[in-house]
Design a protein around this ligand. Sequence first.
Ligand code: AMP
Length: 417
Amino acid sequence: MKDILAADWLYYDSILHNAKKIFEFYNFQRIETPFIEKAELFTKGIGKKTGLIEKEMYLLRNKENNELLALRPEGTAPVMRAYLEGGMFNLPQPVKLYYFGPFFRHEKPQAGRYRQFYQLGAEIIGEDDAIIDVEIILISRGFLESLGFSKKNIYLLINSIGCPNCRHLYIKEIKKYYKNYSKQICSDCQRRLKENPLRVLDCKNEKCCLVKQEVPFILDYLCSDCRDHFKLVLEYLDYLNIPYILDKTLVRGLDYYTKTVFEFCLDGEENKTSLGGGGRYDNLAEVIGGLKKPAVGVAFGVERLMQEMIQAGKKFKTSTPKLFLVQIGEPAKRMSFKILEQFRKENIPLGENLGKESLRSQLKTADRLGAKYVLILGQQEALDSMIILKDMASGLQELIPLEKIIFEVKKRLEKTM
Ligand code: AMP
């Protein structure tokens, strides 16, 4: 877990700001769900035999009724729960929602993975048309471009994992294929093959990755509905000139996905950094709430985006006020609050260090902050309702009536803009 310091917030804010602009243009509305949910929501929705549920969920017990709760490891299941509980199925469909907030996974410590991390996610609920899959991909690409990533560096990996009807045929094939490699794969995969065979394709173990290379293509086993859906998705992508790489081992780690799954990476296949991913999840609503509602979504890792923005040379300047208020003596100190409030109402940032007494130390702070002008309020000035305006570059000082100071400051700031 890590602290998010001021310099980091500049990236987080910029990511949220750009997401807001593009998602709200496409009519998405913001949603925030609680950080804690019933654990059952995730075990049912994501699947008991997934790495996320087996190893990575932070669990806690409710003291009054011993109920098992979880720190949310992902956003899709909670958003779907909120959609169902909030009766959003009564609204015109599809309902489009986006979120930005912290998530928690008890991951092994490793580069680029945190146990508390932020995700920016978006969901379109209530529509099964293939064009909706492409809409979320198109918006996601636009979002990545708005952060400064160049079009040609953004890779879209895509696959279809079918529906429960056709997936069992593929699972049979996987089992058959892996029979020849049972000694070569890791112990986790040996167990996965028995409990949830599709999950062997998520394995990052070097030996297992080699075995995966020749695994049968799931696309060859899709039913006609899933095949037609995926064909349409690819046709729309071609029409929009969105390049993609068909990745037969892309299944994503969560059991709720159906049909289209995708991931966004930078650079190339060799050196891929997953910025985010998503897919269609047509059965999740039924599994957690008994209502059939097709949906599609995406989630980006905010720390990953930030890391890549830094790598790409994106810099933000922290803004410091151009003005600084220096006060000397008790009457001036008290009057400072009134002056600060006047400047705040005019929306002119004014720095201060009210706890300090001496002129020297306050001027030093003003200098370190890079203030262009300093307003000096001494005992005499406070009595006379006057204030000194000092130009830090030239050292020039002028005595100005307090009631005119905002006007005089604005004049000078306009000139320096
Ligand atoms: P997922 O919810 O697993 O599909 O993850 C979506 C995105 O969230 C990934 O592509 C990563 O960018 C990011 N992400 C997932 N887990 C972590 C983590 N533990 N720390 C940082 N980012 C993460």
